[in-house]
Structures are given as C-alpha cells and as structure tokens.
Design a protein around this ligand. Structure first.
Ligand SMILES: [Zn+2]
Ligand SMILES: [Zn+2]
Length: 447
C-alpha cells in the first residue's frame, strides 16, 4: 500500500475541517528495520534512546541496534552517535505513572530520537514521552496487534483509570514483515480484532451524529472502512478452515499491519479516537481495569476488543428485534444518582471519583438529557435502523474470530458473567461518548 497519499499533506475536507497527519515515513516491507540506518543518516540524529521490554528486545531489539550501529561513524576514537537503551523487565508492563516515570528518569539529556521496539504499551508510552521532550520518534513494530501506531492518542492508566491522552504522532513507523510474522499468532489475531471493532464504532459514531449532532466525516468513515476491508479481506478466504497458520502468511500480516496503520491515520486526521473506538472499546477498557484492580494477567487489547465487538453486535441485533418502546422508556426515565454513585464506587473502586466527576460535568445520564435523546432517536428510528443495517451479522464476526482461533466470548478470557453484565451497564461511564451502551441505558434495556 502506498501511504504517501495519506501522510505529510493537508486535506481540505467536505466536512469543513482540514485533516492532517505528519508522519515522515511508513515502511511496511521485508527488511524494513534496516531503513533505520538511512533514517538516522538523513536526519543526523546524535543521541538515541531505545526502549523495549525483554520480549520485544528479543524480537527486534538486536536488529534495531545493528541498524543504528551501521549509521555510526567513528572520529578521533569517538562514536558519532550516543545510544542509551532501556529494557523493561516487568512481567506485566502497565502504561501507568510508574512506567512513564521510569522512562523519564532514563531518557538521556539532549535525546533527539526515541526508538520504541514493541507494540501496544511501549508505543503508547514512547509516543507520549518523545513528544514531551521534543524528540523525533520511531516505532519498530514487533506485532501487528493494535491500531495505535499512527494515532495521536495513547490509552494510559492514570490514577487507576483508563485514560486517553493526546500525544505526538510518530515520525517513522517500521513494520518489518519478517519480524511481524514471527509475533505470537494470538497477537496477530488481536490486531485483526482491534480492526474488526471498527464496524461497531462507526455505527456508534453515526448514531452520535444523528442524535447529538456530534461531528462526523464521511471521508474518515470511508478511510476506516478501507482499513477494515484491508484486514478482513486477508482473513475471509480462511473462514471455516481448521487451522490458523494463515495468520503468519506474509500477505495476511502485511494486510493487518496496513489496516492498523490506516485506522491510526484516521484517528490522527480527526484528532481523537472517535472513528476507531466505540462501545466495543469501552467494554474492553472496562474489563482491563477490572483485571488491573485484581492484579490478574492481562489479555491483549485487540483480543478483548474483538470479544466486545461480537457482544455489541449481538446487543445491536437484540435492540432491533425488540424495537424500543419509546413511550414506555420516556415514562420510566428516572436517574437515581445516589444509587448510581454507590454502584460506581462498587465497580470502579479507586477510580470512582473521576467517573462521578465526569458525570457531574457532562450530565449524560440526567433525566433531561435522556429524554432529549429518546425524543430524537424515536423520531429518527428509521434512519437509525439504516445506520445499524451496515453492521455485519454477529455470526459472520464469530466465524472470522473462529478462523483466527481467537477467543470470541467474554468467558474465554476470564471475564465472568457478573463483570460482563456490569460492563454493559457501566463501561459507558468511562467517557462521554454516545453509542450503543448509552442507548441501552436510555431505553431502559440495561439499567
Ligand atoms: Zn473530513
Ligand atoms: Zn483499539
């Protein structure tokens, strides 16, 4: 895929905004990691900070270092480039204040280039710190496992709360096919899962536009759909097959990586994660927080998103089968704030105050707001149904996940029934972002 039509230019869009995404280069191909030598030469970087964890170092750290060394010249016995590396030893690396603080302590003074070797967490943290120290930033992807490579946001854990923070966009994205296809298969499936979630978040987004007049852009929707198609087209031929070895095919890995980068570009264009994160992500974030509270082993982001996607599509199907009784819903409007706050303290524990604060500011659950939204949705139900028509059937999503050998039910990753029920009710409290979960609350399907 030629990314040059998407990066380093401004698009004056029909939506009234100017979309821009300044990534200097995206290199997804065989031996991509060797390009680091040229990148260093072109920019004259002198003080490089490499970040990895023990696994990602094994996967691509040594090759990255070799590429840097190829760019080094020696004059008067002194090497032209100073290289500092930090390798996280944590068994479960959490992108929280502690890990970010560790990076700040270890980043060398005057650092002009940060190279992250990893995906998910390491990329999320390095995007943030490279921006804060005003250094250029390159991500060497070790697994095509999530869509944050090209985005300008990082989901971090701040004060125990899953929080999305705006960051700089990487200057370089390196997707070396040989490295990527050697990633664990479940990580490759997780990347595809993160993209499959876009079916739901696009639906949520369009409904938010319908009901709340929230900003929406058709071009961005098309871009995200292209990202989904790039990924799904590599999996579709294998639906029904009994092994998932295809996940390591060069074409599959390349398609998934390209789809992930495209989705990140869409987020950067819009300036936030709206085009790429909806109810399916809220469920995933909620489960992640619950696992963190209990010190449980983490499940890859995209794996949870995939499960959240299947669940939310099933809920969308249920919503349509039942067809909401809007008159009844209006009669039942009553937000018991005291009871709700008690519930927030029960489920969100140390993070409850922040969640309650959000509701106090945006008042999305207030009787007036719920009533207003119900009236609009009632009046526009036909249009809402047309939007929901674009969702694929839940069976189809299940088939895709099964073909990849990926978990597709919450219980497959250890999310118990009670937690699942709570998440459908309360994951929406993490953000003020209208979508399926808020609709279910508004019409009283899950209260
Ligand atoms: Zn636009
Ligand atoms: Zn995601």
């Amino acid at each position: 895929m030629d990314f040059s039509e998407y990066i380093n230019r401004e698009i004056k869009c029909g939506c009234g905004r100017i979309h821009k995404c300044y990534i200097k280069d995206i290199i997804i191909k065989d031996n991509a990691v060797k390009e680091i030598e040229r990148i260093i030469d072109d920019n004259g970087y002198k003080n490089i900070f490499i970040v990895a964890d023990t696994n990602t170092w094994k996967a691509a750290g040594v090759q990255t270092l070799k590429a840097i060394e190829s760019a080094m010249r020696e004059t008067d016995g002194r090497k032209s480039i100073k290289v500092t590396k930090y390798i996280f030893k944590d068994r479960e690396l959490i992108p929280d204040e502690k890990s970010i603080g560790t990076l700040i302590i270890n980043v060398p003074e005057g650092c002009d280039f940060v190279i992250a070797v990893g995906s998910g967490t390491i990329n999320d943290m390095c995007k943030l710190i490279s921006g804060r120290i005003n250094a250029d930033y390159c991500i060497v992807a070790t697994a095509p496992s999530m869509d944050g490579f090209a985005s300008n946001v990082s989901p971090l854990i701040i004060n125990h709360l899953k929080t999305t923070i705006e960051t700089k966009i990487p200057d370089y994205i390196i997707g070396d096919i040989e490295i990527l296809r050697n990633a664990p298969k479940h990580m490759i499936a997780a990347g595809a899962g993160d993209i499959i979630g876009k079916y739901v978040c696009l639906t949520d987004w369009k409904l938010a536009n319908l009901v709340n007049k929230e900003y929406y852009c058709r071009e961005m929707e098309d871009l995200v759909r292209k990202s989904v198609e790039t990924v799904v087209s590599t999996i579709r031929p294998y639906i029904g097959s009994d092994n998932n070895d295809f996940l390591r095919n060069k074409k599959t890995v390349e398609g998934i990586m390209e789809g992930l980068v495209l989705s990140g570009i869409a987020m950067s264009y819009v300036g936030n994660s709206r085009p790429a994160s909806g109810s399916e992500h809220h469920l995933s974030h909620y489960w992640e927080m619950m696992f963190l509270f209990e010190g449980r082993k983490m499940v890859p982001h995209g794996t949870k998103v995939a499960i959240g996607t299947l669940k939310t599509i099933k809920l969308y199907e249920k919503l349509r089968r039942r067809k909401p009784d809007f008159n009844q819903a209006r009669e039942n409007i009553h937000f018991d704030k005291k009871k709700w706050e008690k519930e927030m303290k029960r489920v969100y524990r140390e993070a409850a105050d922040k969640v309650i604060e959000l509701e106090n500011t945006c008042k999305k659950n207030s009787d007036e707001e719920v009533g207003r939204r119900l009236d609009i949705l009632d009046k526009n139900w036909g249009r809402a149904e047309k939007i929901m028509d674009t969702l694929p059937a839940s069976d189809y999503i299940e088939d895709i996940l099964k073909a990849m050998g990926a978990p597709y039910k919450a219980k497959h990753v250890g999310v118990e029934k009670e937690v699942l029920k709570d998440s459908i009710k309360y994951a929406k409290e993490l953000r003020n972002r209208y979508g399926l979960l808020q609709i279910l609350f508004d019409i009283g399907m899950y209260k």
